[in-house]
Write a protein that binds this ligand. Structure first.
Ligand code: F6R
Length: 606
């Protein structure tokens, strides 16, 4: 969703801001803009469309003079995506320019109040109220105006404010904002991708805090304006990790990175053949006290949770419910101190997930977050955090984010089962060995499926595609179908294979494409029967099967093979060809793979 950047230095700001915005493009947006202060005036450029349009308009920033500025990529919430609603927004007196991520929930009331006082609004956005409030509260002290303005705002925001005299502020309330410390220049951004080309030394702002940036200093204040001592953290991502590295798309690069990301996530947590988590210390009493697990997340993170549910229930015999965060947050969840809430999120900033987590925490749940972005809101809110070390994920459609989440859930299930005394040593050791072998297996899952491009070319014309499977296969179907629909715009849906005949089979007709996942061997024969059923109604079957189980080949029209792993780890290998299938189908259809329409990478508003 929206991205913001800010810069205070001694060189021209515009080019730095535009480069920063380019690095935030992946978050999803529909317009872009910058505002730069030259000491006397604020110079603004903004356009509907892409950062490249902004770069063209300003000759790569050369037309916009000044050494302090803010930039924004907007994902429209209030008001259509157009030049006028694009940020930055100015106060009427031209003293302040504002960029904003999030939603000002009380903007309608504030707009009414300001309009009555004679302030004229140029846009339909909620953000513009901030610029006028700043003007209203300005009495010669910009810091005081910032504080008074913040005290009037309800909702979520990260805000960047410049004054025409060159002062630069950043404020945070329930929306990510990171400050970057450079040499003779300082920065802020809504995520580290925009900071890493300049610095790896960062400060994570907390809700209610704001900061003033000059070329030589960053001062962070609490809500009452008192200076706060903030720790400086070191970002581990490097700039190459957030670039395409020769691949045509980030998504393909990220698919290919999965063996390495699995290794980075799993290996450091296996010490002398035993799983150890850096932040999950539960006493035996606490552990045995857990009688229920709720997994909450959105989208693919929720589908990773679906895999986790099967594995945790099988190994730990603890009931697990997977709940959509957008539903759970409003359902008055039934929770007590015996509930472990597992919160899964790549970005750590998904608004619904954060809200569901807060709700459950308030009701007494112990929380464990599985998160990729260090220092993100969900990581900070959780009692325990297990990071997925997938590195920056830039493509909107998650791939390595999902597989590393499943990897952590698998490890967690093994760890809990062992501590609960439900796993013998032989099985434990075998699973640890299997975890060590997985990077190689994942590479094989990629290598085995070099024919997927051709398959995609032949099958990309279907308008709707059904994914069926049972147990773990069904959980993987959900992710496979989501990948396909979000990047290729083909209607795709996952069905539990056993449910077909209770309704959906009515849709199957001559030529319907049914992707059938048949890697879960305990129910293999059942899935074979489902293949018969859909074939009898004219369906074309693309089967996904273990490479050494050739029985399915006689029944399917096409097939994808997956290396055999320990069954509970299989979903991680199984999803890779489905990611590749979605990728190549989308490519055949000429879709914007890394930035699918209407989607944003980090959904920071409800
Ligand atoms: C799908 C996808 C989304 C995210 C979802 C949650 O490819 O990426 O469905 O999984 O928006 O995002 P995070 O994991 O950042 O909370």
């Amino acid at each position: 969703m929206c991205g913001i950047v800010g810069f205070s230095g001694t060189r021209e700001a515009a080019a730095v801001l535009i480069d920063g915005l380019r690095r935030l493009e992946y978050r999803g947006y529909d317009s872009a803009g910058i505002a730069v202060a030259d000491g006397e005036n604020i110079n603004v450029a903004k356009v509907k469309g892409y950062v490249k349009n902004l770069a063209e308009l300003t000759h790569d920033g050369a037309d916009i003079k000044g050494t302090v500025g803010v930039g924004h990529t907007r994902w429209a919430t209030h008001g259509a995506p157009n030049d006028i609603n694009a940020h930055p927004h100015m106060s009427s007196d031209g003293r302040f320019a504002v960029v904003h991520n999030g939603i000002i929930e009380n903007y309608a009331l504030l707009r009414q109040e300001l309009t009555k006082k004679g302030y004229k609004f140029a846009s339909d956005t909620d953000t513009e109220v901030v610029a006028h409030l700043l003007e209203m509260y300005y009495d010669g002290d910009a810091k005081r105006a910032v504080m008074k303005t913040a005290s009037r705002l309800e909702g979520s925001y990260s805000l960047g404010v410049i004054c025409r005299d060159g002062r630069l502020f950043a404020m945070r309330e329930q929306s990510p904002l990171i400050l970057g410390l450079g040499v003779g220049e300082n920065y802020f951004a809504s995520d580290v991708a925009a900071l890493v080309p300049h610095t790896k030394n960062v400060i994570y702002l907390e809700d209610g805090e704001f900061a003033e940036l000059t070329p030589d200093s960053i001062t962070v204040y609490d809500v009452r304006g008192r200076a706060v001592d903030k720790p400086v953290s070191r970002v581990t991502w490097d700039v190459e990790a957030a670039e395409k590295g020769g691949y045509e798309h980030f998504m393909l690069k990220e698919i290919m990175e999965q063996p390495a990301c699995f290794k980075a996530t799993v290996e450091p947590r296996i010490k002398d053949g035993r799983i150890e988590f850096e932040s999950f210390e539960l006493s035996d009493e606490e552990l045995h006290g857990i009688n229920r697990i709720i997994i909450t997340a959105c989208g693919s993170a929720g589908y990773a949770g679906q895999v986790g549910r099967y594995v945790i229930e099988e190994l730990c015999r603890i009931p697990v419910a997977v709940e959509l965060a957008s539903e759970l947050r409003y359902r008055g969840p039934i929770i007590d101190g015996h509930t472990l809430l597992i919160v899964i999120s790549q970005s750590g900033e998904t608004a619904d997930t954060i809200a569901a987590m807060r709700e459950c925490k308030q009701r007494g749940a112990r929380t464990l977050a599985i998160v990729n972005v260090v220092g993100s809101t969900i990581a900070k809110l959780a009692d325990h955090v297990i990071y997925t070390w997938a590195g920056p994920e830039i493509a909107v459609a998650t791939t390595k984010g999902y597989t590393t989440q499943v990897a952590v859930l698998d490890m967690l299930a093994i760890y809990l089962a062992d501590r609960l005394g439900l796993m013998d040593k032989e099985r434990y050791d075998k699973l640890i060995e299997a975890l060590h072998d997985m990077p190689g297996k994942l590479q094989r899952a990629i290598d085995l499926n070099r024919n997927i491009k051709k398959l995609a070319k032949r099958l990309c014309g279907h308008n709707d595609i059904y994914f069926i499977g049972r147990n773990l296969d069904y959980a993987v179907c959900m992710e496979g179908a989501l990948k396909l629909k979000e990047i290729s715009y083909i209607f795709a849906e996952a069905y539990a294979a056993g449910e077909l005949k209770h309704g959906t089979i009515a849709l199957i007709e001559q030529g319907s494409l049914v992707v059938t996942l048949a890697c879960y061997e305990p129910l293999f024969e059942k899935t074979m029967s489902n293949i018969e059923e859909v074939k009898a109604r004219g369906a074309q079957v693309l089967a996904v099967s273990l490479e050494d189980n050739r029985q399915i080949l006689k029944k399917a029209d096409d097939f994808i093979l997956v290396p055999r792993t320990e069954p509970i780890l299989n979903p991680i290998a199984e999803v890779i060809p489905l990611q590749l299938f979605a990728y190549y189908v989308a490519k055949e259809r000429g879709c914007d793979i890394d930035k699918p329409k209407n989607l944003a990478k980090s959904v920071t508003v409800e």
